[in-house]
Design a binder for this molecule. Sequence first.
Ligand code: NAG
Ligand code: NAG
Ligand code: NAG
Ligand code: NAG
Length: 460
Amino acid sequence: MASLSTLFSLILVLSSSGVFYTAQSKTFWGDIQVLKQLKYALQNASVTPGSCLSSWDFTLDPCDNLFSEKFTCGFRCDVVVSGSSRLTELTLDQAGYAGSLASSSTWNLPYLETLDVSNNYFSGQIPESLSNLTRLRRLALSGNSFTGEIPSSIGSLSNLEELYLDNNNLEGPIPSSLNKLKRLKRLEIQINNLNGHIPTDLGSLTDLYYLDISDNAITGGIPASLPNSLVELSARNNSLSGFLTSESFRDLMYLQVLDLSYNKLTGSVPIVLFEIPSLEQLSLSFNELSSMEIPASSSSYNLGSESGLIAVDLSNNGIEGLLPSFMGMMPKLTSLSLENNKFTGMIPTQYALKTVFPEEDVSAFERLLLGGNYLIGGIPSPLLVLKEGSANVRLGDNCLYRCPLRKRKRSDRFCACVVCLTYERWKHVRFHVWRSSILIWNNSQMLLNQRLSLPLLSVP
Ligand SMILES: *[C@@H]1O[C@H](CO)[C@@H](O)[C@H](O)[C@H]1NC(C)=O
Ligand SMILES: *[C@@H]1O[C@H](CO)[C@@H](O)[C@H](O)[C@H]1NC(C)=O
Ligand SMILES: *[C@@H]1O[C@H](CO)[C@@H](O)[C@H](O)[C@H]1NC(C)=O
Ligand SMILES: *[C@@H]1O[C@H](CO)[C@@H](O)[C@H](O)[C@H]1NC(C)=O
C-alpha cells in the first residue's frame, strides 16, 4: 500500500512539473547558469512580486516550466540541440529591476537571438562578455542607467540587426568597431553623453536605415560617406560643426527624415538636400548656417515641383539672401519655417498663393513662419484675406512697410506698426520702413507679438 501511494505522488509531481507530458528536453546547464547569474546580480528589493524574475524558481527546469507559475515569463527556448533546450530570447518585463547586468557572467548563450532589458534601472557598465552572444540579432538596453563606454567588443556581434542603447548615461566615443556590424538595420544611441566624432566609415553599413544619435555631445563634421540605405537620420542636439557637403547626402535615395537641428553647422544649405526625392522632413534649425545654395534658374522649377518635402525648418540660423521661391512650388509642403534668420527681399507671391489659394492637388501651407527676418515690401494681398484659423502665418518682426489690416477697427486687435529697428547692412541708407508685427494666429486664437506694445514711431 505504501509503495502504491509513493508511486501515486510521484506521478503527481511529474505531471505538475510538466515532465510527464513534454519531451525529455531539459534546459542546457550552461544556459541555466546565465539565468541564475542574471537573477542573483539584481538588487533583491527590485524583484517585486508579480514580476517575471520573481517567479523564476531554479528548483525546476526553466525551459520545461516556461509559462507555468514557476517561470511565468522573461525568456524563450525555441531550439533543441542534442536533446537540450537552448535559450533563444531573454526579454525582461519593465518591472523596475535594478542592479548590474551580471558582469561576472560569461554570457555564454550561443543560441540567443534577442536580449532586451529595456526600461528598468540597470546600472554599471555594459559587460564585454555580451560579445559572446554571437547569434544575437537584437540587443536592447534602452532606458536604464548604464554608464561607461560602449564596449568596442560589440563589433563582434556580427549578426546584430538592431542595437538600442538610447536613454542611458553612456559616455566616450561611438566605437568605430560598429562598422563591422554589416547586418545592422537600426542603431539608436540617442540621449546619452557620448562624445567624439561620428565614425567616418559608417557608410559601409549597407543595411542601416535608422540612425539616431541625437542628444549627445558629439563633435566634428557630418561624414562624407553615410549609409545609402538610410531612411531616417537624426543627430539633433549635439555639437556637430563644419559645412554640410553635397557628398554626404547625394546618394541617400531613401532618406525620408533628416534632423540636424541644434548643432553648430556653418556655411550654406546645400541644394542637394532638396533633390533627394524621398525626403519628407528636413530640420536644420538652431545652427549657424549663413546662406542657401542658389539653384540654377533652369532647375528651380523642378526642384520645387518634384519635391516630396512635407515640412522644412531652417529657422534660427543666420541665413542671408532672398526667400527661396521654389519652396512655394513644393506640392506637399505644408509647414515651412524660415523664422529668425536674415532673409531679405519681398515675400514671394508663391508663398501667399500656396497658403490661401493652393492649386489643385497641391497642399496649402498650414504653417508659414517667416517672422524675425529683414523682409521688406508689402504683405502679399492673398494673405490679407486669410481666414482666421485657416493657417498659422507669422510675419512679425520684419521690415514690412504696410500694416496688413490697418483699416480694421482697433477692437480687432489685428494691427500695429512699429519702426523697423535693425537692419545692419542698410544702416547707412537712412531707410524709412515700418515694421509690422502682426498676423499671428493659430487655430483657436490670435497670438500677439510682444512688439505690439511698442509705441508707434517714425524715423526722420
Ligand atoms: C538576494 O537573495 C538571495 C536569495 O534569496 C540571497 O542569497 C542574496 O544574498 C540576496 N542578496 C542581497 C544583496 O540581499
Ligand atoms: C566568453 O565565454 C567564455 C566561456 O566559454 C569565457 O571564457 C570568455 O571569458 C567569455 N568572453 C568574455 C569576453 O567574457
Ligand atoms: C539637448 O540635450 C541636453 C542634454 O544633453 C538637454 O538637457 C537639452 O534639453 C537638449 N536640448 C534640446 C533643445 O533638445
Ligand atoms: C493657440 O495658442 C494658444 C496660446 O498660446 C494655445 O493655448 C492654444 O493651444 C493654441 N491652439 C492651437 C490649436 O495651437
